[in-house]
Structures are given as structure tokens and as C-alpha cells.
Design a binder for this molecule. Sequence first.
Ligand SMILES: CC(C)(COP(=O)(O)OP(=O)(O)OC[C@H]1O[C@@H](n2cnc3c(N)ncnc32)[C@H](O)[C@@H]1OP(=O)(O)O)[C@@H](O)C(=O)NCCC(=O)NCCS
Length: 160
Amino acid sequence: MSITTDRCRLTPVQASDLPDVVRLRADPAVRRHLGGPVREEIVRKQFVEMLARPQAGICWAVRTLKEDAFVGLVTLDDHHEGADTEVSFELMPEFWGLGYAAESVGAALAHARDTLGLPRVVAETQASNTRSRRLLERLGMRPERRLTRFGAEQVLYATE
Ligand SMILES: CC(C)(COP(=O)(O)OP(=O)(O)OC[C@H]1O[C@@H](n2cnc3c(N)ncnc32)[C@H](O)[C@@H]1OP(=O)(O)O)[C@@H](O)C(=O)NCCC(=O)NCCS
């Protein structure tokens, strides 16, 4: 299901999004806290899984309403530990610092709560990822605990 916000449209990823997703995942700034840039052939494999998401979760491509410019990806999927649904997000750097993450991730959380009826959504972010943590706190998520995953300290945030 697509979601429209003040400035954006979130649409479940489709085949035509591949070049933008390759660009997003190749960007060192975007991937700084996410294990580094991803090579195109790996992104192509990840993309096949994204397209198959309807069973496991939702991966939305976010685009501006005005120019149809690619803003990034927002995803709801199973958390690594299984019990919870996790929201994750990667935006192109040219859209940072303008409130697009708050707008699109906020819409995904509202969708999880109001449409999917999920009382609880989590987000896991590197402790050193200050932008991501600021966003989650601005969206009303609370830090619940710290853990080590992928060789780095992570903070697990939750909506409740
Ligand atoms: C994490 C990430 C999504 C955060 O993006 P962001 O642009 O900082 O977040 P927001 O959209 O909420 O923008 C917030 C900023 O926009 C400003 N802003 C400007 N116009 C605004 C508006 N209309 N509405 C809201 N905020 C606005 C805010 O004041 C805030 O400024 P600040 O950064 O100086 O505090 C982004 O940095 C990213 O994609 N990083 C790479 C991937 C990543 O690490 N993902 C997390 C993995 S867990």
C-alpha cells in the first residue's frame, strides 16, 4: 500500500527503483553506520528479496511529490531477534537535515500502528549514529537497551 505525506509518496519498491537503490547503497555516507558501501551485484541480490517482501514486511521507496526525486528507503521487517517488527531507513544525503526522514519514517510508524495494528515497533541503530538516534527520539521512540551486533555497539529503540 502506498502512503502519501506532505512532501512525499512511499510506494512499495518496484523493479524500476533498482538504479536508485544501487546509488543509495553505494554511497559511503549513507552506509557509514551500516557496514559500508555495497557492490552492485550484491545490491541486485538484496533487491530481489526487497521485491519479494509482501510476505515478510514492506520496503517502501520514498519519492518527492513535486519532482518524483528518489529520497530513500523505509522498511518494516522482522527484527533480527524475531519477536518484533523493526523500522529501518536510508536516505540519500541530499535529503538529510530537511525533515524528510521524520516525515517518511513517522508515516511508516503510523501505518504500522493504525493499519497493521502493531502495538510495538523497534529500531536498532549504532550507538555512534547520532542522526539516526536523534530522529528516533524525535519520533517518540525510547532507548530500551544496548547490545553488540555486527561488531559494533547498538541501541535498541522501541515505540512502547
Ligand atoms: C538517519 C537519517 C535517516 C536521518 O536523517 P535526517 O535528515 O537527519 O533526519 P530528519 O529528516 O528528521 O531531519 C532532521 C533535521 O531536519 C531539520 N528540518 C528542516 N526542515 C524540517 C522540516 N520541515 N520538518 C522537520 N525537520 C526539519 C531538523 O531541524 C533537523 O535538523 P538537525 O539535523 O540540525 O537536527 C539519515 O541521516 C540517513 O539516511 N543516514 C544513513 C542511513 C542510516 O544510518 N540509517 C539508520 C540505520 S539504523
